[in-house]
Write a protein that binds this ligand. Sequence first.
Ligand code: FO1
Length: 347
Amino acid sequence: MTGLGTPPSAPLAVTVLSGGVGGARFLQGLLHLLRSTGTEAEVTVVANTADDIWLHGLKICPDLDTVMYTLGGGIDEERGWGRTDETWHARDELAAYGVEPTWFGLGDRDLATHLVRTQMLDAGYPLSDVTTALCARWQPGVRLLPMTDDRVETHVVIEDPDEPSGQRAVHFQEYWVRLHAEVPARAVVPVGIEQSGPGPGVLEAIGGADLVLLPPSNPVVSVGTILGVPGVRDAIRSTSAPVVGLSPVVAGSHVRGMAAQLLAAIGVEVGAGAVAEHYGARDRDGVLEGWLVDTADAADVARVEAAGVRCRAVPLMMTDHVATAAMAAAAFELAGLPVPGHGRQQP
Ligand code: FO1
């Protein structure tokens, strides 16, 4: 209830640094929590763009598209990426011509997104404008911002006994999609990140947030990469918003993807507590105020608190929107904010 002269409370500003599948799943739960409790909020997603790859003359942006399709209702739920009701004729025709690479699955519906994006890029529009244009169709219900408009591509240095140096670098997509992250990774290199700058709205979305969330995305090649864009880490460290993360590692392993392999590549133990220590406490040169671990990792709570990060153990398996909404609610609570729907009444 706002009395006379009391400005209506501005909508809650929540900013989420997100990768692809894991981040998109979390965002579904966050939006479910906000909508089901009638909470006025604006969610801004700063998405990783270093998974991007140029293929067949087209710019593919897996994490932007996964968030856009997932929240816009176009995602293939089972795969977690690409379009539902997809067909693969163009991919098969390219393979019939012997055009490489054949290991990356470009769906016919998905191709339209890459054609529109590439045409707009060729016309001189920055990736952020392209993303806004694509979202006009999909209406994801969040503001979707590329972490940067500049070209950054993650490469992975893998062991290769056939090389004189014993190693070679492959694009992240080749490491993941063709090699299934089964080759030992020695280093992760976000090529171009030093020369990149935060995309339009990114620093403002962090600086002006009421809450910043690090969802259970890959801490190395997704959230870690976003934090590596010059200016982003400083914005995170200086925002007045609490910063709360959710562990992508449960019971010593990643739930999906290749976080375990990439954490090993950067010398970080594959554990919920270890990842929190890797992110670090904000008042100890890190980025976190709070960290949620799964109930299976309750033994890590003391270790995380010792690192200067408030910690709670709650169920972190994103089995459905309700379970994920409960995770988002736990993040609000850990941040010291009223929990949407049943927090402290507004003053
Ligand atoms: N992942 C796969 O495992 N196999 C694929 O063929 C594949 C194709 C693909 C096409 C478009 C796109 O946006 C994503 C695609 N992905 C595929 C997923 C992608 O590798 C991952 O979503 C991220 O890059 C890692 O989070």
